[in-house]
Design a protein around this ligand. Structure first.
Ligand code: ATP
Length: 138
């Protein structure tokens, strides 16, 4: 199987750059598998893990939204944030999850001036990081 260059870029750093055998991303309408020679396209991504296949190994990266662009020569993921499994501070993610859940709970009880959408997005990011940290893909 032929490999291709994958780059994952965030506003502040190059999170990943290397040759891969394939990757799976979660687009707005579901999972998309990308192999060498895939036709060029661009699509938005969900807050979800990306899995990268290199040889027989899989690496997971948490992505907080953005886009994937399949070009002729490489695949570029432009993400709002991206963390490799080993870069995730799981305690920070657990704290963010608890904070978001508390805010969502307060909102449901009609308490406080809470931005529900913001809390839900924060919860999604936290759960995504926890998932990637524990290697669970779905
Ligand atoms: P928090 O409330 O803990 O800041 P957040 O979801 O609001 O979480 P983001 O705004 O998505 O954080 O990310 C800000 C920066 O911090 C990004 O560079 C992101 O990669 C990093 N980051 C956020 N949470 C974690 C984490 N649990 N482990 C490692 N890096 C993280």
């Amino acid at each position: 199987m032929s490999t291709f260059l994958l780059e994952i870029v965030t506003p502040d750093h190059l999170a990943y750059s290397g040759d891969v055998d394939g990757l799976t991303v979660r687009g707005i309408e579901g999972e998309i598998g990308i192999l060498a020679g895939h036709i060029p396209f661009i699509t938005p991504l969900q807050v979800a893990p990306i899995s990268i296949k290199i040889g027989q190994d899989y690496t997971f990266i948490s992505i907080s939204g953005g886009f994937v662009e399949v070009r002729k020569d490489k695949v570029v993921v432009l993400a709002e944030s991206a963390e490799l499994e080993q870069e995730i501070d799981v305690e920070r993610a657990m704290a963010a999850k608890e904070r978001a859940e508390r805010r969502i709970g307060a909102k449901k009880r009609n308490q406080a001036d809470i931005d529900f959408d913001r809390a839900e997005l924060s919860l999604k990011r936290a759960m995504n990081r926890i998932k990637v940290h524990s290697h669970i893909h779905k």
